[in-house]
Design a protein around this ligand. Sequence first.
Ligand code: SF4
Length: 358
Amino acid sequence: MSDLMAAQKAAADPRDRGGPAQPMLIVDGFKKYFPIRAGLLNRQVAEVKAVDDVSFFVMKGETLGIVGESGCGKSTLARLLMHLIRKDAGQLILDGDLVGEASGILLDGLRRSLQMVFQDSSSSLNPRLPIEQSIAYGPRVQGASRQVARQQARSLMEKVGLNPNLFGQRYAHELSGGQKQRVNIARALALDPRLLILDEAVSALDKSVEAQVLNLLGDIKKELRLTYIFISHDLHVVRYISDRVMVMYLGQLVEIGPVDTIYEDPKHPYTQALLACRLNMDPHERVDAAPLAGDPPSPVIPPPGCRFHTRCPYVEDVCKTTSPGLGDVLRLSPKQHLAACHMVHPRSGHSSAPAFAA
Ligand code: SF4
């Protein structure tokens, strides 16, 4: 961890800090438990363990995909990164500086470096503001003059494929879903971020529009030298856009590695099952793994030991009592592959070999 921080601090240019082979963002031990209150005195009676001790890093210039079923904690994690909700534990380090009230980067700086695009393109836009003003709003708040902010908004509209002369004075309700999401991307870019968090940003779009927006994101990333965290439940989309993938289950990280390794040789039974469940018309792409049965257990009382043991076809006694752990993710090379499982489960069969790092 300290090695990572030292390497990050070595570079000077804010956009190049950390160099191409260094992590830009380090998340160390994030936890978020939401209290459940009940009774006349509104006492806390339980808590939802939405994110439970999650650590990972994001390399400068990469796209890190985050996948998992609904309720696995991926969107809560995104909101924690943006400080839209308060974390209960953990540290966030950006370019080697701790983000927080007491030291290092303050939240204003973090929010300029990190921007987020949400799934619901309509509710992210003010229905009373024309598109051009909506995009110019961020730069205006940051102190840009009306003229400069307007110019910036028009240039961003061109960058995301919207003609400012045609769309500048339209309102959100006059746009299609894909056009609204392009506006949201332009709004996120208006503050000159270095990392975009895309939370199910293309999930609500038609497939043809989804492909256009994905290509747009790829072009913008290259042109502006951005880094992405791409959250989605769609495994095809994540494979298309990501360099590395992390898989979450019930608030925890269960597998992480380069995208091709995860998709061609998934190690964790949950990842194997997720990949087996995806729709695929190509018989050569099919993964022979156990299907995913039943719903995830409640995050209020997660199962002891391995949280996946209630659904895992390879469960053994040790899984019910001892959490497998993932190892030191923060010392991982971006090319390494880790999975939190007591056993190795190659697709060809079962082995009792210990946990692995390939
Ligand atoms: Fe399955 Fe046990 Fe591995 Fe958990 S630790 S995924 S229950 S084999």
